[in-house]
Design a protein around this ligand. Sequence first.
Ligand SMILES: *Cc1c(COP(=O)(O)O)cnc(C)c1O
Length: 461
Amino acid sequence: MSENKIPYKIYLEESEMPREWYNVRADMKNKPAPLLNPGTLQPMTEEELSVVFCEELVKQELDNDNSLIEIPEKIRDFYKMYRPAPLVRAYCLEEKLQTPAKIYYKFEGNNTSGSHKLNSAIAQAYYAKEQGLKGVTTETGAGQWGTALSMACSYLELDCKVYMVKCSYEQKPFRREVMRTYGASVTPSPSESTEVGKKILAEHPGTTGSLGCAISEAVEVATKTEGYRYVLGSVLNQVLLHQSVIGVEAKAAMDKYGIKPDIIIGCAGGGSNLGGLISPFMGEKLRGEADYQFIAVEPASCPSLTRGVYAYDFCDTGMVCPLAKMYTLGSGFIPSANHAGGLRYHGMSSTLSQLYHDGYMEARSVEQTSVFEAAEQFARVEGILPAPESSHAIKVAIDEALKCKETGEEKTILFGLTGTGYFDMVAYEKFHDGVMEDYVPTDADLKAGFDGIPRFPGNMK
Ligand SMILES: *Cc1c(COP(=O)(O)O)cnc(C)c1O
């Protein structure tokens, strides 16, 4: 099809929306390593996981075999509130860069939560409701995940208790109020409402909290409250599965116009949007049907793939969660102030870690000010104000497009634009005022985190 026939935005019809999620694990020869019970070092059983997570979600977590999993009708109906998400041809950015590359992005920011997280929030809330539960608990840092979950829970009339990292709770009141608008209760963490919270407060009076600590509180409340379970917004296999709706839709839109990407790029925090975007394409690569270049982009301040180690580690700072094998900086690693709050997790999805380890995917780390330069350049020509997290992908997409300008190659680039940045204007302000800093941890900084990774035979020599 000739190029000028490709519209600025490709929207699928509602009838063309995916009816199934695609489970990339089914096509992986080396499956992601199982979660381990930290006490026995044996793989977590369905029963053990069901104490913390909803039953159907546990099945999805452990399912390495079924490639297609039906999306229940009620979830598909909810998806229709904000999906299909457009696949945008970045004609204006191409023009600005004077590149022969063809750039596309899948825009997931077109909903009140402002990110792709709603795709998994509704799925997790749905299965909790189906199980007859009263409510769910979770943690949130900057607030995107908590907002998404609040929206999903209010739709299904499920109670939602969010533990929000205290410094965000105090400094970022807007997302907190969005969550309360959707009926969630929001507690600053650490709090006096849990044993682990009290313990942390006694040991560190005046602490402003951390994501790891909020996870520990949310898990405690879920396991001690009748009719509640805990849900998590990234990292887990089930979350990547739900996020495959991004990739399946993107691929359907591209197939409709005969477009084949050469390079697929996504930002990587816990790995859910990237895993979801690349899934169906990675499936083709794993089955030997097609080849693509996949690039994960992470902040230089929190470089789990590019500088981490591949080992079993704790998922949370309180060390109450199972051990996951992943590229990690150590659960005690505290990334310095980085405005891409959603990319500050110390580890990476086990599925993506395995694919990276097996050489199916590349990773790059980028520094903060270069990310905001790319964000601003993008906003000025494409109109959308991107989230700082998403802008990591923009940065590398622009780098690749500029390489094409040098070589004259007409590569097709697809990247995930995960969300909007309206709640991140303090970061944009710092950038504009020239006071944003690029922090890159030293090897000594990283070593302190690695030292906290559990030692047992076969793990961390
Ligand atoms: C949470 C978030 C991310 C990072 O999370 P992943 O699980 O790695 O996708 C990226 N972009 C936005 C806008 C987010 O809210």
